[in-house]
Design a binder for this molecule. Structure first.
Ligand code: ADP
Ligand code: ASP
Ligand code: MG
Length: 446
């Protein structure tokens, strides 16, 4: 069984959907995961925000845009009156269901309920279109099997049992369609796997079914060696190890959800990134192997907060770091990067939900300083193998950009720097020239 996932960028309009359905209608048995149509989850999220600001005129307008987009798509794709009626009914029901919140704040699980409508509608419409094309296909809603445990992690055993039971009901069918992103939490409420989480849906399914491969189909020909949104002439990397891909996804390569590598890695299932707009491109293969051991790519992660704790008591004290980390553990906030000196510790976090109580408690341990709007730039690949590029080259390559923190040596495939977010694009471009295009490093430090 193959698992394929098509992101919103691959199903933006009727023509793209027709191409995708043509692609998946061929070949052996497969389960296909669909995200919401491109931009819909953002609109649903904006809808929640506007309702909560009591901007009801704006929220109504957003709801109308969402409804019209799905109705227009169904009208373009479907021709049989029955199919059109089913689609129209489901679209109306879905939009009516989120209307129930328009005179109250949308909080807690109601937010996830609203966000789920995008994936519920896209998979339903694509399934109807495939049926109308007389393709033998079945729709298994993700809410029938995708579950989180009380720690908000996938409940693999229950997912395996429920998905296998569902699939067994349709043993003759070669094409199963399901929704990405959405799931149920341990209390049975609608939840999700985080923004961009359809990639994670696909690899969780790959894991529980022990699939041959997981294919992530998107709008670009693979994982590129730098962020194509900010750097020109980036190129797709043919091959990455699971660990390299994990570092890149975690540190900003948006094309893959950071959590999506582990479920495939745990079962040694290759992930292939493919371009829906150019299926013949080779794409990027992520597996346990890495063919050339060298620096592979640069990525950057925004919205980083650095926290520094300075204390005279740290001097020769044991247990000090433990007390600091207990604070982060208490507030379920993970630390991405860490550096220490004899009198202070600097850390980065990317989640500010509990920032205030964290700062309050850290202040009891030492003088605490917080800096927002930071960015982590990561260089990924085996730098110990690279004869031509030294750590010095990279520091020089960043020119005059002030480096706030450095992480080097913990892993031989990642070195990272913290800089101000406003310098991100310049840093990505400077490092691109220096590391990836073999141009001499710009040494212009004053
Ligand atoms: P999908 O809708 O298929 O999930 P995403 O928008 O989540 O697509 O991811 C694809 C986008 O990721 C690309 O269009 C590209 O702009 C962006 N991206 C950021 N960093 C990288 C990278 N290193 N390699 C490839 N794409 C990247
Ligand atoms: N539709 C969801 C989002 O936009 C999930 C995904 O696209 O992977 O975050
Ligand atoms: Mg995505």
């Amino acid at each position: 069984m193959r698992v394929l996932k098509f992101g919103g960028t691959s199903i933006g309009d009727a023509n793209q959907i027709k191409k995708v359905v043509n692609l998946i209608s061929q070949g052996n048995s497969k389960i296909v995961v669909f995200s919401a149509l491109s931009g819909i989850t953002n609109l649903l999220s904006e809808f929640v925000k506007q309702v909560n600001f009591e901007n009801y005129i704006v929220s109504e307008h957003i709801k109308l845009i969402i409804k019209e987009r799905h109705l227009a798509l169904s009208a373009e794709l479907l021709h049989g009156t029955n199919f059109i009626k089913i689609a129209q009914k489901k679209i109306t029901e879905s939009l009516d269901a989120i209307s129930q919140f328009t005179d109250q704040k949308i909080i807690g699980n109601d937010v996830q309920f609203v966000l789920a409508q995008g994936e519920l509608l896209s998979a339903m419409i694509i399934h109807l279109y495939a049926l109308e094309q007389e393709i033998d296909t079945v729709y298994i809603p993700a809410l029938n099997f995708m579950k989180l445990n009380e720690y908000r992690e996938p409940d693999y055993d229950s997912i395996r049992t429920d998905l296998t039971n569902e699939i067994n009901k349709y043993s003759n069918c070669n094409l199963i369609i399901t929704n990405g992103f959405i799931c149920l939490n341990h209390l049975g409420h609608i939840d999700n796997l985080g923004r961009g989480g359809s990639d994670f849906t696909a690899t969780i399914i790959g894991n529980v079914l022990n699939s041959r491969v997981v294919e992530i189909w998107t709008d670009i020909d693979g994982l590129h060696n730098n962020d194509p949104r900010f750097v020109e002439h980036t190129i797709a990397i043919p091959n990455l190890s699971f660990d390299e891909a994990k570092e890149l996804a975690y540190f900003g390569a948006k094309v893959l959800h950071p959590a999506s590598i582990t479920p495939a890695q745990n079962r040694n299932i290759p992930i292939i990134l493919k371009n829906s707009f150019s299926p013949e491109d080779l794409g990027t293969v992520i597996s346990e192997y890495t063919l050339n051991k060298e620096l592979k790519a640069i990525a950057a992660k925004d919205d980083i907060i650095t926290i520094k704790v300075k204390s005279g008591r740290m001097m020769q004290a044991f247990g000090f770091l433990r007390r600091i980390f207990e604070v982060f553990e208490k507030y379920q906030t993970s630390v991405d990067m860490l550096t220490t000196s004899e009198i202070s510790v600097a850390m980065t976090i990317d989640n500010s939900i509990h920032l205030n109580p964290i700062i309050e408690e850290l202040s009891e341990l030492g003088e605490t300083q917080v800096v927002k709007n930071q960015c982590i730039v990561s260089i990924v690949g085996d730098y110990t193998q690279n004869q031509n590029i030294s750590f010095q080259n990279i520091i020089d390559g960043l020119g005059d950009i002030p480096i706030k923190m450095i992480s080097f040596g913990a892993s031989k495939i990642n070195m990272s720097f913290v800089i101000d977010s406003e310098n991100k694009i310049e840093a990505l471009n400077l490092l691109n020239k220096c590391i990836l295009s073999n141009e001499p490093c710009l040494i212009n430090k004053k």
